[in-house]
Design a protein around this ligand. Structure first.
Ligand code: NAI
Ligand code: MG
Length: 368
């Protein structure tokens, strides 16, 4: 049998630097765990624009459709700010998400004990936190028609439409229930069924999917505004949170900051299952290309490394390997080995991107 395939798209700025560390980790799993991947690498974002005049070449798009998973660094940078909207680096990322139809965006908010001091909340509220937000990514208010700015009765009117079909809700609900089965077996679905028809439909469809196929998973419903309050009051009550595109945008950013640093946050975007049963998938850190620190060996590679851990778990069924990698990151942090973004004002000396990658590999070696 051939190895599972992985397309690496480092992109721009620190995307390249953090991906270099992920490549070391991929090699480590191949050498030491006999967990091998067929890895190919290509350009996206500004790097692709520089080479081809487009932020995503058709050949790269075709490759992304074929592989078992895509791992992306980050795109963008000041160099490309004045480009026409149609060729901006971000368009490369949007095209990947759209053409692969990645409708479920997974954003974990996990608080490593060693970093609990970085949260804006009290340590005991976030320590040990491990929740997952599943945000619908391809429909809802950001895509619904009609939309636009129109003139009515001599004044301008801005319009966006929150629109969801049953099948759009059903497929993302399935993603959330499937995830919950591999985690704490609990889903809390958030909408505003009290004031929005799309929210009523959301609640109905989620309930139907639950009753039909996932009755063994614990399901609760919450109005999204209360959900926001509960997230900062007692976030550990949640396991998987399922929500729409608009509320998910806000709730996932809010949950992310419970854990401290942008340099620690991974994400996954999943689509429908392919013929081999794996979901279409792209994994990427939440952060951008960080032009302010690029080329200085300062970026924290953890977010990108933890994104690869998510790929191990959700695309390749390698939950043990994923846990091993997450534990290695956690142990390094617990030893006080930190990149600059994780230093307290009174802290010691920060290490660089490549040293952080090496420290994580040392930890992996120590545990095999
Ligand atoms: P950013 O996430 O690149 O940086 C925000 C701040 O966090 C900066 O001070 C940066 O130095 C720091 N930071 C980010 N990642 C870090 C890491 N791994 N380690 C240490 N520090 C880190 O967001 P910003 O500055 O708003 O955008 C910069 C560029 O990135 C823009 O061109 C933007 O469009 C693009 N961008 C791309 C994204 C993507 O590819 N998914 C997401 C967000 C922004
Ligand atoms: Mg956002």
């Amino acid at each position: 049998m051939s190895n599972p395939s992985l397309l690496i798209l480092p992109g721009d700025g620190i995307g390249q630097e953090v991906m270099a560390e992920v490549k070391k980790i991929i090699d480590w799993f191949g050498d030491k765990q006999d967990l091998k991947f067929d890895v190919s690498e290509d350009l996206v974002g500004g790097a692709a624009y520089d080479a081809h005049g487009t932020p995503l070449h058709d050949d790269t798009m075709a490759k992304a459709q074929e592989v078992d998973a895509v791992l992306l660094g980050a795109v963008g940078g000041p160099k490309y700010d004045d480009l026409d909207f149609s060729v901006k680096p971000e368009r490369g990322l949007l095209r990947l998400r759209k053409e692969m139809d990645l409708f479920a965006n997974l954003r974990p908010a996990q608080c490593f004990d060693a970093l609990a001091d970085f949260s804006s909340l009290k340590k005991d509220i976030v320590s040990g936190l491990d929740i997952m937000i599943v945000r619908e990514l391809t429909s809802g208010s950001y895509f619904g028609e009609p939309r636009g700015i129109f003139t009515e009765n001599n004044e301008r009117v801005g319009i966006n439409t929150q629109r969801y079909t049953e099948s759009e809700i059903e497929r993302v609900a399935r993603s959330a229930f499937e995830l919950a089965k591999r985690r704490g077996n609990k889903v809390c679905s958030m909408e505003k069924a009290n004031v929005m028809e799309s929210g009523i439909l959301w609640r109905d469809v989620v309930t139907e999917v639950h009753q039909a196929d996932y009755a063994d998973v614990e399901l609760s419903h919450m109005y999204a505004d209360n959900g926001a309050m509960q997230l900062v009051r007692a976030p550990k009550q949640f396991d998987v949170i399922l929500t729409d595109n608009l509320f998910g945008d806000l709730l996932s950013d809010c949950a992310a900051m419970l854990t401290g640093s942008l340099g620690m946050l991974p994400s996954a975007s999943l689509g429908s299952p392919m013929e081999n049963g794996r979901p279409k998938a792209m994994y990427e850190p939440v952060h951008g290309s960080a032009p302010d620190i690029m080329g200085q060996n300062k970026a924290n590679p953890s977010a990108c490394i933890l994104s690869f851990a998510m790929a191990l778990r959700y695309s390749f069924d390698q939950g043990d390997a994923a846990t091993m990698l997450e534990k290695a990151v956690e142990s390094v942090l617990a030893k006080g080995i930190r990149t600059a973004d994780l230093m307290q004002a009174d802290g010691g000396k920060a290490i660089g991107t490549s040293e952080m990658g090496d420290a994580i590999i040392n930890e992996l070696n120590a545990n095999v």
